[in-house]
Design a protein around this ligand. Structure first.
Ligand code: MRU
Length: 338
């Protein structure tokens, strides 16, 4: 399956991102609780992917709450709220759930049709995001073999297909513009080490893995021409929530004078939030930090701070690139690349 998510025989079929890189296996999810559980434990993860999964979960709910052609709207709306609450930071989840929930009065078939439109749209939108991003990178950095830095996983696994920032890296590599991709392991759940390394190897793109804290040092040492990351929520002013570690990368890129580009579809833009101060940052379980590959690495009882995301202020972002080109923040307080 080249798509990471599909709809087959009334089931959401998803690549199990917890099993990679050791095993490539597919999940067949047939209930709302199964989809919520897959999103919670990051078997399905990445902002666009959880949006699509959430939309299909509402469709599952609508089908299961339909008797004799009558859809129990209240029950489906209650499920929709639980699905939207599965993870708080990526706006794509609430965006997609709301979009399909508008079709609940028209019945289960209409809800599924809308979810399938979102599923089909994702690949097309990601290709447009990737093309605009790759164009901007070449305009800013020139047509030469580039040393690119990325963080977390923004590839096909994080979307239905193609990816966003990693999608752009793929296009640049296909055109012969990539010397190397350097990326962090992405503690605590290792999306970089497990998933981005797997995707870059699959695409035959030269890459090197480092610990997260080595990335700012690499930028300071002049080892990168451009940083490309994804986003979970972009606010009206251009502040960006993304995987924890993104902010330190942006600070280092700013200090080093290296472009810092965020690639994301418009479904990640939340113009209802003026700035990043109101973004709810997901706090995850302590054992993700106190253990590594199932082995305890901290003394029993160690208290933990485990935010899944951070907020990068707009001032540190060279450009947010969507399927429409460069996103222009409302009341922009900075120059954006054109
Ligand atoms: O916790 P995760 O793995 O879902 O976090 C994912 C990220 O932060 C990605 O950078 C973001 O969702 C964009 S994916 C195209």
């Amino acid at each position: 399956m080249t798509r990471s998510l599909a709809w087959e025989d009334a089931a959401l079929v998803a690549v199990d991102q917890c099993a990679l890189p050791h095993e490539y296996r597919l999940l067949h999810l047939r209930t709302v609780d199964e989809v919520i559980d897959a999103i919670n434990r990051l078997a399905i993860r990445g902002a666009p992917a959880i949006g699509v999964a959430g939309a299909l979960a509402v469709a599952i709910s609508a089908a299961q709450h339909t008797r004799n052609g009558q859809c129990d709207e209240l029950a489906v709306r209650a499920d929709a709220r639980r699905i939207a609450d599965a993870r708080p930071t990526a706006v794509n989840l609430t965006w997609a759930v709301r979009r399909v929930a508008e079709r609940i009065p028209q019945g289960a078939g209409a809800v599924l049709d809308e979810a399938l439109v979102i599923l089909a749209e994702d690949e097309r939108l990601n290709l447009a995001v990737s093309e605009h991003t790759a164009d901007l990178v070449l305009r800013l950095c020139g047509h030469r073999p580039l040393r690119l830095v990325t963080h977390c996983n923004t590839g096909r696994l994080a979307t239905v297909a193609r990816g966003t920032a990693l999608g752009a890296i793929g296009l640049l590599a296909e055109a012969g513009h990539v010397e190397e991709v350097l990326f962090g392991e992405t503690r605590p759940l290792l999306q970089g080490a497990r998933l981005t390394a797997w995707e870059l190897a699959e695409a035959n793109i030269p890459h090197r893995l480092c610990v997260d804290s080595a990335l700012p040092a690499a930028l300071a040492a002049g080892m990168a021409d451009c940083v490309l990351v994804g986003a979970d929520r972009v606010c009206a002013n251009g502040d960006v929530a993304n995987k924890i570690g993104t902010y330190s990368l942006a600070l280092a890129a700013h200090q080093a004078g290296v472009p810092f580009i965020v690639a994301a579809p418009m479904s990640t833009v939340d113009e209802t939030l003026a700035d990043g101060s109101a973004i709810v940052i997901e706090q995850r379980e302590p054992d993700e930090v106190t253990t590594l590959a199932g082995v305890t690495i901290a003394p029993a009882g160690t208290r933990v701070f485990n935010p899944a995301f951070d907020v990068t202020p707009a001032e540190l972002v060279t450009a947010v690139v969507t399927e429409n080109g460069t996103y222009r923040p409302v009341g922009a307080r900075r120059e954006v690349a054109s």
